[in-house]
Design a binder for this molecule. Sequence first.
Ligand SMILES: [Zn+2]
Length: 126
Amino acid sequence: MAIGLHQQMAMMVLELRLSGATSREAIRQTAAAAGNRDKRVISHAWAKHGRDALVELRLGRAASGKQWTSQELSRLEEAVFPQGGVVYTCPECGVRKFAENCDATCPACGWHPPLCLSEGPIDEQH
Ligand SMILES: [Zn+2]
């Protein structure tokens, strides 16, 4: 898997944000790790490649069997991608899952949604 420098920067921002860093901290740390790059370069890389980074990270975790924690999912929903369409919260029990699973029966409570409430699946182009 060959990914470019900007994709790597976006991945680092994503991982930092999942571990609890604010957007500002994540961009600052990524800029420092990339050889004191201009933070605007990191912001731009994140804006352009953030969703792709999530796709890559999901693929990597699926391959390695590493589970997403409920804390990570809530960070994705509330802080990292607040515009929505990434994580879906079961209205019945509050369990979070990735949005493309929003029309499936909830694995936690068994509630079956009448229709998909999200803005649609994330754009998987790989
Ligand atoms: Zn549920």
